[in-house]
Design a protein around this ligand. Structure first.
Ligand SMILES: Cc1cc2nc3c(=O)[nH]c(=O)nc-3n(C[C@H](O)[C@H](O)[C@H](O)COP(=O)(O)OP(=O)(O)OC[C@H]3O[C@@H](n4cnc5c(N)ncnc54)[C@H](O)[C@@H]3O)c2cc1C
Length: 445
């Protein structure tokens, strides 16, 4: 694919070529989270000259501190009718597994309305199918990517556990059957089997589902850094810049042409580009609103706490009852989870992160004697970009040359490789890929 881009540098005095124009055949990727990074890497690998932009550096957003779980078993959309009876409690308990900040409920009401509609049987089935299409190839896509980027050492494919403390075997069987019906490979482990195979696990855990075909990374942030190094090594460029606005360039001679370039307004300069991919996660709604998109996109804030127990489980352990996960990583055991609707800018509620420790100790008693790590990675929050139907946007926009790639909810790490493959096939005009991506088109809203 031929991509033509013209960069016009701005007036910043810190720019050596502040008053000059420079032409280059480049593609601009906005946002350097895992979605933007993988997109930039794959486009650069194709021989395009990619400029990656992010005001916060590389991999510093939600992709920095996630639970590192390649969670291909998570085939069910987030809009689950089982949430309904619990909704009043969510509004009242600021430390519950799902919380809505007082005052924010009303602002997020349009999203919640659309979210509730996705609970209807037909919508839920369609969304499950569309998630499965991506998830079924997600691990293989990561293997292809990790192989190309030489970062396979940071990935493990040994499964993960979903543990139950309160449920009877019949109830666990019922949950397992739901997954099996969607083609998820699993086995049920009894308390005795768990104690034999995972000796650090609390005796309070009665059963677990072992998801057999899932994986995890030893460090999401190292993975991002390695992808970035690969990107730079292939000749990709990064600038720490915020994109303030996207518009179609008003070049009179080209104004009526489908090949009119896009104009990006940055803090210090303007860029005109023929091709731009927007990968700005939870921030995408703001950037797209001036272009006429009203997206039901919300930031689901989550937290992590890093700990250093004497020993760690070999694979991620998620809790059915506690709605959190513990993932063994290169630098300790990461406790992660919880969902909080508070918008993009509210201050973090660090109590939600420290609460994870109590859950962790209940599941992995050795944690009780250990101290939590200190430093910037110890307590962290990130904004999951979630659309009402739990599906990402992998789509062209109405502006020629502007592609959209965001909204991967709790599965951004899991889906980054496969979603990028589909996006690029769409950019290449592959007919089968265009059809495959229909459920993820931006015009579905
Ligand atoms: C606690 C927690 C645990 C999680 N666990 C998992 C897990 O185990 N497995 C999994 O698959 N997923 C997990 N996720 C979800 C996953 O982290 C996200 O889906 C993923 O990081 C989203 O990636 P992204 O690149 O779209 O967004 P981000 O990583 O947020 O990147 C978006 C980037 O866009 C930049 N940006 C925004 N506005 C602009 C602008 N105007 N100009 C330029 N750049 C801009 C931001 O600075 C940011 O760096 C978890 C999330 C949380 C919070």
């Amino acid at each position: 694919m031929q991509i033509n881009t013209k960069i016009v540098t701005g007036q910043s005095s810190s720019e050596p070529d502040a008053n000059s124009s420079l032409s280059a055949e480049i593609t601009v990727v906005i946002g350097a989270g895992v979605i933007g990074l993988v997109t930039a890497c794959r486009l650069q690998q194709q021989g395009q000259q990619v400029l990656l932009l992010d005001p916060n550096g590389v991999g510093a957003g939600c992709s920095f501190g996630n639970a590192g779980h390649l969670a291909t078993e998570q085939v069910f959309p987030l809009a689950d009718p089982a949430l309904l009876p619990k909704l009043p409690g969510f509004l009242l308990d600021p430390l519950g597994p799902l919380a809505i900040r007082p005052g924010y409920f009303w602002r997020a009401l349009p999203f919640f309305y659309r979210f509730l509609r996705q609970m209807l049987r037909g919508a839920r089935q369609a969304n499950t199918e569309a998630l499965k299409v991506l998830l079924q190839d997600a691990i293989a896509a990561w293997q292809r990517l990790a192989n190309d980027a030489s970062c396979s050492d940071l990935l493990r494919y040994q499964g993960s556990l979903l543990v139950f403390e309160q449920s009877t075997l019949a109830q666990v069987e019922q949950v397992a059957q739901g997954y099996r019906a969607q083609g998820v490979a699993l086995s049920i482990l009894t308390q005795k089997q768990l104690q034999q195979n995972y000796p650090g696990l609390s005796g309070a855990v009665r059963y677990a589902i072992l998801f057999e075909e899932v994986g995890h990374t030893l460090s999401p942030s190292l993975l991002n850094q390695r992808l970035y190094q690969w990107f730079l090594g292939m000749g990709g460029r990064f600038e720490q810049q915020k994109v303030l606005a996207i518009a179609q360039a008003t070049v009179p001679a080209l104004a009526s042409s489908a090949t009119a370039p896009l104009q990006l307004t940055l803090a210090t300069k303007q860029i005109t580009a023929k091709t731009v991919v927007l990968c700005t996660g939870a921030y995408s709604k703001q950037l797209l609103k001036p272009l006429g998109y009203q997206l039901p996109l919300e930031a689901e804030r989550g937290y992590h706490l890093m700990t250093s127990p004497p020993s760690m489980p070999a694979i991620p352990v998620a809790s059915f009852d506690r709605k959190m996960i513990m993932t063994p990583m290169q630098h300790g055991l990461r406790l992660a989870g919880t969902v909080e609707f508070a918008g993009l800018k509210a201050a973090d509620n660090w109590q939600r992160a420290t609460l994870l420790r109590r859950h962790g100790e209940a599941l992995w008693p050795e944690l009780a004697g250990s101290i939590s790590q200190v430093g910037p990675e110890a307590c962290w929050s990130g904004l999951r970009p979630t659309l009402a139907d739990s599906l990402p946007v992998i789509s062209r926009s109405h502006l020629p040359g502007l592609w959209l790639h965001f909204g991967h909810q709790h599965l951004g790490l899991t889906l980054a490789a496969v979603s990028t493959e589909l996006l690029i096939q769409n950019m290449q005009g592959d007919a089968a890929a265009l059809k495959k991506a229909l459920p993820y088109r931006v015009t579905r809203f």
